[in-house]
Design a protein around this ligand. Sequence first.
Ligand code: PBG
Length: 323
Amino acid sequence: MEFKRHRRLRKSLAIRELVRENSLSAKDFIFPMFVVEGENIKKEIPTIPGNYHVSVDRLNETLEEAVECGINGVIFFGLPEHKDECGSSAFDENGVIQKAVRKTKELYPNLWVITDVCMCEYTNHGHCGILHGHEVHNDKTLEVLGKVALSHVKAGADMVAPSDMMDGRVAYIRKVLDENGYEDVSIMAYSAKYSSAFYGPFREAANSAPQFGDRKGYQMDPANINEAMREIQSDIEEGADIIMVKPALSYLDVVRWTKDRYDYPVAAYSVSGEFAMVKAASRLGFIDERAVALEMLLSMKRAGADIIITYYALEASRWLRGE
Ligand code: PBG
């Protein structure tokens, strides 16, 4: 009888490691951080356990940990003191993100500092742009996004990451940055960002839930994949340097399609709900947190992600070095 003996290559750890196709490393991760106004604050976020709301004066503690873990990149989300109709504290030179970026670049000039460019944390209605009635007005929002991105870059951000899903934001932000002499600053576009229930824990953490309606008029329908390819195509044409698929776990097919079709670096954002599910199940004793989390992150690499944005960045880095 003739058949293939695939198990030959699984006989021992040595051979398994020799034929292993994908791997995970701290170098793959971007660590999301939530910066709050105020002083002496380091408060655990209930919906994203092990992650913190941190004030600028105590940012050094978390940054030191991240650097010590071997993390190359952080992405900042801000919780401002003041919200209004047009999210004006998002582009304030002394806004929470702008201060955090300046401090971080001062302490760790080699750390890659990314900022999330969006308005939902800064508007009193919680939508990602300027409202016209109950609709987010695309082109008016672009003007604000341009200001927000420029203010982040002036503070020293290495890369901006627009997450609003307005049309034309990459082109608009690219134009604003270029006109101001920031041709070297890159854009990581949340290109295929789905309207997902997996963002729940983040919206609690960032106090950014929409006060009415939902984000289905700008974020993508979870049923679609061709549309994701069109979004990505546009973002590349508009000047994106890195493209992102978000969420990650339920959208690994989208990650794979993206990697197969576009020769651009792909980031997968393993969002708050993915993290929270593993945390909660492990607290109930239903799963082995460490094994499941690492398996999930590895699946994103296997799907084709070059970069993984994850709330597990620090923990996973420690696990990977055997701690
Ligand atoms: C801002 C933004 C969101 C997330 C990242 N940037 C929330 C949203 O779109 O409602 C979600 C991240 C997460 O769930 O981890 N627009």
